[in-house]
Design a binder for this molecule. Structure first.
Ligand SMILES: Nc1ncnc2c1ncn2[C@@H]1O[C@H](COP(=O)(O)OP(=O)(O)OP(=O)(O)O)[C@@H](O)[C@H]1O
Length: 595
């Protein structure tokens, strides 16, 4: 086998596999699907009898001159059309229903799967590319399923029926049709494969251009600040122009294919007219036979051209679904142990034993970290940039799993508990607060979806947020703009704190903001944070002098190891890395926040 034909074989096989996968999605609706299929086929069967009725009608006029028979045949034909329309309506409606249902299920399944995937998956992909899969790719599958599946059935049936009836009517004339079949098959194979590859390229390029747009629109502040509007527009234009070129190549191929198939069948029709006319003249065929024959031939021609369109749609869907199934095959890197249990009533004692971690399996980011924190204490993490502070915090809620070593919460290894139940006891207030573009209330209740009005208000008060919320136009129902752009940095932080308070976790992970706030806002955030930290085990990546000074213990990290630990006073006395960092970072004693 040559390499090319090996590839051809492989892609036809993978097309078949993909179609089977698409079809498997309709499993829950099989009964409806089969019933609809039968009704659709009945519609096609009725349609196939129409030319026979016409033949009788014409022969009644030209051969036997029977007026009464003519009337009855006309009424009969009318009845056939009504019956065909009714079958066709019900069959197609239910087949399309299945198609739409399958696509809705698929969208839900893909979205749910995306939420099961871990940080690693998202770190390696662009958001725009993922959303494009969810919208554009699933959309192509929808088109193929809803528009093409019913057609595929009717076309196949009508094709087989027409050919058989033609052979019965006049087998010699039928031979003319069969001469064209091998050419059409070859053309379908050749063009089909090329179109499928181009369809996959188009979906990829569409995803790329969506990613470019989403990147830029998501960072509109940055774009404007750097006056990069033209640059971004240019980037998007390049992406969509590339897409256009590929789409044009697909268009050309598709049209060539259709035109070629059309020419072949029109030529065949002319031959049928010519040869059939001779048969009528020689009295071997009636006029009614010839008309019925020609209608069947037209039926076949129509079916073949529909098949080619269908083939294009199915190929497009196959390209898209390959990408969808690729995504569904991504395995979440964090999974529950088979015998994992829920963890309830957490006090917040955390013990870390000989923790080793690397992101890519090469460079170790954490190298044998061990420590123990009693419930309710505050631990400050200090160290140079890249020391592994954020990484250490990420391992506590199991955003990543360590290669070696364990973390215990209240004496239970976190590998033995269901990670969702573990995360219920942990709140994170990151340096860069993320808010949703919805209302203030919705952002706060994200911490506890069933919170009462009183709980929401109390959390906002504790976070020093109530006052500014009441000053906004619609209070708690004010919309805060995309990612909270309508709020100041300090206000955003206080909303994040309110959200964390509402969650009421036993363990708090805090990455203090380094961006400067004005001193009043700073003081309010600080006060809110102190309230949040009360009675909770708090890990804080400390950028503020007050935090390090008041921490129960400070862990000093350097190159993935704890190099010093103790209270502020103890560490200053050791005159090591901490006192050096303190000199660099925290020496301005009058400022509450330093770096
Ligand atoms: N998702 C990731 N994939 C691969 N490497 C990563 C990833 N996140 C962090 N790293 C690497 O791990 C190392 C430790 O990073 P980490 O963010 O934990 O440091 P840090 O002490 O919090 O630094 P900073 O104070 O600058 O935030 C760095 O060398 C960083 O490049």
């Amino acid at each position: 086998m040559t390499k090319k034909s090996e590839n051809d074989h492989k892609s036809i096989k993978s097309l078949w596999q993909t179609l089977k996968q698409i079809f498997a999605l309709s499993k829950p609706y099989r009964l409806r699907f089969y019933a609809a299929t039968v009704v659709t086929l009945l519609a096609s069967a009725v349609w196939l009898t129409v030319p026979l009725g016409l033949r009788e009608l014409l022969d009644a006029v030209f051969e036997s001159g029977n007026n009464e028979l003519l009337n009855w045949l006309a009424i009969g034909l009318f009845g056939l059309f009504i019956l065909q329309a009714a079958f066709s309506f019900f069959g197609n409606y239910h087949l399309e229903w299945v198609g739409e249902r399958v696509v809705t299920d698929l969208r839900k399944k893909v979205y749910e799967h995306l939420h099961r995937l871990g940080f690693k998956f998202f770190a390696e992909r662009r958001l725009g590319e993922i959303t494009s899969r969810l919208t554009n790719d699933v959309g192509s599958i929808r088109t193929a399923l809803t528009d093409s599946l019913p057609q595929l059935l009717t076309i196949s049936f009508s094709l087989i029926g027409s050919v058989s009836l033609m052979v019965v009517l006049n087998w010699r004339l039928s031979m003319v049709i069969f001469v064209t079949v091998p050419f059409v098959t070859l053309a379908t194979r050749y063009f089909g494969q090329k179109i499928r590859h181009l369809s996959k390229d188009i979906q990829d390029e569409l995803a790329d251009s969506t990613a470019v747009a989403e990147d830029a629109l998501g960072a509109v502040r940055l774009v404007k600040a750097f006056v990069r509007e033209d640059y971004e527009v240019g980037r998007y234009q390049t992406a969509v122009e590339k897409l256009f070129k590929t789409a044009r190549r697909k268009m050309v191929l598709t049209q060539l294919f259709w035109s070629g198939v059309g020419i072949m069948f029109m030529s065949t029709l002319v031959i049928i007219f010519w040869y059939g006319g001779k048969e009528v003249l020689a009295d071997r065929l009636t006029a009614g036979d010839l008309v019925a024959f020609i209608i069947y031939a037209l039926n076949i021609s129509r079916s073949i051209s529909q098949t080619s369109r269908l083939y294009t749609a199915v190929n497009t869907a196959a390209g898209a679904s390959e990408r969808i199934f690729e995504l569904l095959e991504e395995t979440p890197e964090i999974e529950n142990n088979p015998d994992a249990h829920d963890i309830e009533g957490v006090n917040g004692e955390v013990q870390v034993k000989d923790l080793w971690f690397s992101y890519e399996g090469e460079k170790e980011v954490l190298k044998g970290i061990s420590f123990k924190v009693e419930a309710g204490k505050t631990i400050a993490l200090v160290g140079p940039s890249g020391a592994g502070k954020t990484t250490l915090l990420n391992l506590i809620p199991r955003f990543y799993d360590p290669q070696k070593g364990s973390i215990y919460v209240d004496g239970t290894n976190i590998q033995d508990v269901k990670f969702k139940s573990l995360r219920k006891h942990i709140s994170i207030v990151p340096q860069e607060v993320h808010l949703f573009g919805t209302t203030i209330r919705e952002n706060i209740t994200y911490g506890k979806l069933d919170a009462t009005e009183e709980e929401v208000l109390q959390a906002a008060r504790d976070a020093n947020a109530h006052e500014f919320i009441m000053q906004t136009e619609n209070g708690y129902d004010s919309l805060i703009g995309e990612k909270g752009v309508k709020l100041s940095g300090g206000q955003r932080q206080r909303l994040a704190i309110a959200r964390a308070i509402l969650k009421n976790p036993a363990i708090l992970l805090l990455d203090e903001a380094t961006s400067s706030l004005d001193s009043e806002s700073e003081a309010q955030v600080q006060e809110a944070l102190l309230r949040l930290m009360t009675n909770r085990t708090t890990f804080v990546i400390a950028h503020r002098l007050s935090t390090v000074q008041h921490a129960d213990r400070i862990l000093v990290l350097d190159e993935g190891k704890i190099v010093e630990q103790g209270t502020h006073v103890e560490l200053i006395g050791q005159n090591g890395l901490y006192s050096h960092l303190y000199e660099l970072q925290f020496r301005d004693l009058d400022q509450p926040k330093v770096i």
